[in-house]
Design a protein around this ligand. Structure first.
Ligand code: FO1
Length: 310
């Protein structure tokens, strides 16, 4: 069964790892949010892309969920010696990824091409694609600092500012990469990872044309809730939902995706919900171990296969 999964940061990487253990590599395409992408120290950083790549390559730092395990920060310390306010923590090995990416992008290659090159060199057999090849930046409108870019909100201010709104800079001129269109046309199902719906998934859905392409064929379109028991598994999702005027709950996430979904998965520990989706299921969605990730991927795929064969 060919699956396209839409993912953001750490939650997306966990599901992607589970799916990679359950599906043949050629059946898995991972479409990644690039709204978090930024320039730091002259380098192009694609944090969600790198989190997915490092996770699938077995390199990821298991404690943070991003960056490379055991990486050092000597280059960062040297930058500080030159007076740089180096608040964004780039590891020495991680920096190699950004150097190569920046060099190829500057030479005119697309992010899709550069990502293919990096994944190949890292020995990742699955297909990882950016949501778009042109720069899109998630801008966060905050009570305390006005509008700031995503990494300033998330890392520098540790997602503590109160969020008033979100804007995707550059989205109007973004387009869906051909490779994403091809993957969606071949997909048997689309799976939205338990990533932050507002920060990680909305930028993907906002790429002009992408939502229409998702809706064009009658295939399962399933989201997994990142909210369990009214709290986010990781990061600012629940806090932000409340700040944006929503209830922090699995049903509010479902309502947010609206008619995009025909299937919805939420955690087994949540109260059972009566939702308008034709297909809903409750599974253990909290993925602490690699076995948890594989288990969730397996049960979701088996469940989708059951209703596809009905
Ligand atoms: N997250 C942090 O909390 N602090 C950091 O200094 C930081 C650096 C960083 C460098 C490279 C990278 O790929 C990711 C990094 N992240 C860091 C994570 C990143 O900000 C977030 O995981 C995502 O953007 C949210 O999905």
């Amino acid at each position: 069964m060919k699956i396209v999964t839409l993912v953001g940061g750490v939650g997306g990487a966990k599901l992607a790892l589970g799916l990679s253990r359950v599906l043949p590599a050629e059946d898995l395409t991972i479409v990644v949010n690039t709204g978090d992408d930024t320039w730091m120290y002259g380098l192009r950083i694609c944090p969600d892309m790198d989190t997915i790549m490092y996770t699938l390559a077995g390199l990821v730092d298991p404690v943070n969920g991003w960056g490379i395990a055991g990486d050092t920060t000597h280059a960062l310390e040297a930058l500080r010696r030159y007076g740089e306010d180096a608040w964004f923590r780039l590891g020495d090995q991680d920096m190699a990824t950004h150097i190569i990416r920046t060099r190829y992008l500057r030479a005119g290659r697309s992010l899709t091409d550069v990502t293919a090159l990096l994944t190949k060199k890292l020995g990742i057999p699955q297909t990882i694609l950016p949501m778009t090849d042109s720069p899109v930046a998630t801008m966060v409108d905050t009570v305390e600092y006005g509008e700031i870019d995503f990494q300033t909100y998330f890392v520098r201010h540790r997602w503590q500012p109160q969020v008033k709104g979100l804007r995707l800079d550059g989205i109007e001129v973004a387009s869906v990469p051909e490779a994403v269109t091809r993957a969606l046309n071949a997909a048997d199902a689309v799976l939205i990872a338990p990533s932050n719906p507002w920060l990680s998934i909305d930028p993907i859905l906002a790429v002009p044309g992408l939502r229409d392409q998702l809706m064009a064929r009658p295939i399962p379109r399933v989201a997994i809730s990142p909210i369990v028991g009214g709290a986010a598994i990781k990061g600012p999702a629940a806090k932000m939902m409340v700040e944006l005027g929503h209830e922090a709950s699995a049903s509010a996430v479902f309502a947010h995706y609206g008619d995009l979904l025909n299937g919805y998965v939420y955690d087994v520990t949540d109260h059972s919900l009566s939702l308008s989706a034709p297909h809903t299921a409750q599974f253990k969605t909290v993925m602490k171990t690699d076995d948890d990730k594989e288990h969730l991927a397996r049960v979701v795929i088996e469940w989708i296969q059951t209703w596809m064969s009905m």
